[in-house]
Ligand binder design. Structure first.
Ligand SMILES: C[S@@+](CC[C@H](N)C(=O)[O-])C[C@H]1O[C@@H](n2cnc3c(N)ncnc32)[C@H](O)[C@@H]1O
Length: 545
């Protein structure tokens, strides 16, 4: 990855879990209905908890659904209560950190429902400002978790106190630390508010703990003596220090240091820790041009810039919430799609009349963009193993008026390839991958990925490449893509494939994407730091005649 100056990204307009209508990008979390059902209990298995905590209260609510709690607490700041509960649900309940919701305002009601069931009280309703604060606090607290925990651990009486801290208390402390250290908010207001939350949500003693530790933090911050590790010692020690300072898993730091060097690894981590930005794709299949979309954004007073690389794309700086409220996504007039994914479609270069096999298609970001570029002529055959995600793809295709050129096949690509004589001149394999290129958008992903996953993913990628290649007709092209920046999932997979399949050769992507995105080997690569979009990779592999 090339070195470049980091551009300061604008504040995110929203990050609420994407519903089907919005779920269009390859690393976009797609929520199954059950994941957001209010009845899902929190599983607080990681830390033992003998105190009065959320789980007991949550259970009370769950065991007697008819029992309505109306305890209204006007003291506690609503966005902090919601953030704390949201953080618990992300860490223990499998919820996603990226919280986009096409319902806009309705999302506040959902979140308050969780607060009521978990903490046993409601606060006043959330307004737009509260929702933005929840987005900032939840995203930031998750990104900076390792860094914040290091500080909290260092300022606790002893290691044991930190290790055995009850989960909700820890979330409240993380919020307070994040607000003071990273958001530079007025410290004493932050202390007061978080103490109040701990007292009401837990018990008075918990408020005292929050008070003591946050006050210590205020002091050390004022004295410029935050207890942070120094970048010194051997490579392992340095990786551990960097992992804390930039809040990433140690294995990622070691891997990036190995591949791109320490300085670039730091820049990448800084990018991953910055607020994500989003792009919108105008949906040509609905007769919407980019100019139309720009006019709509102007009338909604949403600041934006047209993409330098893709004719249908607009970068939105702030105010995506307004786009959602205005119904542009629900009506299928545009979709949220990163330019890095759009450029993969440029590498595929769909032409009207073509039959394209999309091997790992759901939730359909690339399928739908390819379909719109067919201009009503041809077909995209969308295969995926995940029925739920495929259903979302189908619904979105209808909404975006490309269902006439999309058909869906629910199958494991590997068995489907063994039993199907299907051939095509164009096959896309957008493989399951680590998602290491999209860590700025997926705040929690870095904590969910393990080094062991990489080996499993590489094996799966090889198997899927072999399967996808069986569909490619003589002279046809197989496009292999990921949203990873890891060479072992990208270049190395292509290299290994070419050894197994000497009948394929690399077709350089120069004709399809701007030269800035073309690697020496002729692959497409978007570098988050250099290009200010998500990281992605694609290779064109042509089968001999
Ligand atoms: C990176 S995502 C694809 C994203 C999609 N191309 C897009 O742009 O929205 C990878 C997909 O591969 C699917 N998948 C994983 N293993 C598979 C298999 N053995 N056969 C078919 N699909 C598989 C997953 O269900 C997932 O939807």
């Amino acid at each position: 990855m090339a070195r470049s100056t980091l551009t300061k990204k604008p504040k995110p307009f929203l990050t609420w879990s994407l519903g089907p209508v919005l779920a269009v990008d390859c690393q976009t979390p797609v929520l199954k209905p059950t994941q957001e059902t209010p009845s899902k209990p929190l599983k607080l298995s990681k830390r033992s908890n003998n105190h009065k905590t959320s789980i007991s209260t949550a259970k009370k609510g769950l065991l007697s659904p008819s029992h309505k709690m109306h305890k209204l607490n006007l003291e506690v700041s609503p966005h902090r209560a919601v953030s704390a509960v949201r953080l618990m649900r992300i860490e223990f309940g499998g919820a996603f950190a990226d919280l986009l919701n096409e319902k806009g305002k309705g999302s506040g009601d959902n979140e308050m429902g969780y607060v009521e069931r978990t903490l046993g009280f409601r606060t006043r309703d959330l307004d737009d400002r509260d929702l933005r604060l929840v987005t900032d606090i939840v995203g930031g607290t998750i990104r900076w978790r390792r860094y914040l925990d290091h500080l909290i651990g260092s300022l606790c009486h002893d290691e044991c106190m930190f290790r055995s801290m009850e989960p909700l208390l820890l979330q409240i402390l993380r919020i307070g630390f994040y607000e003071i250290v990273k958001l530079n908010m007025p410290p004493y207001a932050v202390v007061d508010e978080n103490v109040k939350l701990a007292k009401v949500a837990l018990r008075p003693g918990a408020g005292n703990v929050v008070n003591g530790i946050l006050r210590k933090l205020v002091l050390v911050k004022e004295n410029n003596s935050l207890p942070l590790p120094k970048l010194e010692g051997d490579s392992r020690a340095q990786a551990r220090a960097l992992a804390t300072l930039y809040s990433h898993p140690v294995w990622m730091v070691r891997r990036w240091t190995k591949y791109i060097g320490q300085e670039e690894a730091i820049q990448l981590m800084m990018w991953n820790n910055s607020d994500p930005s989003f792009s919108l794709r105008a949906n040509a299949a609905k007769g919407i041009t980019r100019d139309d979309l720009v006019m709509r954004l102007n009338s909604l007073k949403v600041p934006h810039e047209v993409s330098l690389h893709l004719d249908d794309f607009v970068r939105v700086k702030i105010g995506l919430q307004n786009v959602i409220r205005a119904g542009l996504l629900k009506e299928g007039l545009c979709s949220v799609q990163d330019e890095s994914a759009g450029l993969v479609v440029s590498v595929v270069d769909p032409q009207p009349g073509e039959d394209i096999i999309d091997c790992c298609a759901a939730p359909g970001g690339k399928t739908l963009y390819m379909a719109s570029r067919l201009r009503g002529k041809g077909k995209v055959h969308a295969i995926d193993i995940n029925k739920g995600r495929l259903r979302i793809l189908k619904e979105t295709a209808k909404l975006q008026k490309v269902d006439g050129v999309v058909d869906t096949i629910h199958a494991d690509l590997r068995t489907f390839a063994e039993n199907s004589p299907t051939k095509s001149g164009k096959v896309l394999l957008d493989a399951p991958c680590s998602g290491l290129g999209v860590l700025s958008k997926r705040a929690d992903l870095r904590w969910n990925r393990r080094l062991e996953d990489m080996e499993q993913l590489k094996n799966l990628q090889d198997e899927l490449l072999d399967a996808a290649s069986t569909f490619v007709s003589s002279g046809g092209v197989l496009i292999y893509s990921t949203c990873s920046i890891d060479p072992e999932e990208n270049e190395d997979r292509v290299e290994a494939f070419l050894v197994r399949h000497p009948e394929f050769r690399i077709d350089p992507v120069n004709r399809y994407v701007p030269s800035d995105f073309v690697t020496k080997q002729g692959f497409y690569f978007s570098d988050p730091v250099k290009h200010s979009i998500d990281g992605a990779f694609a290779a064109r592999l042509v089968r001999a005649l």
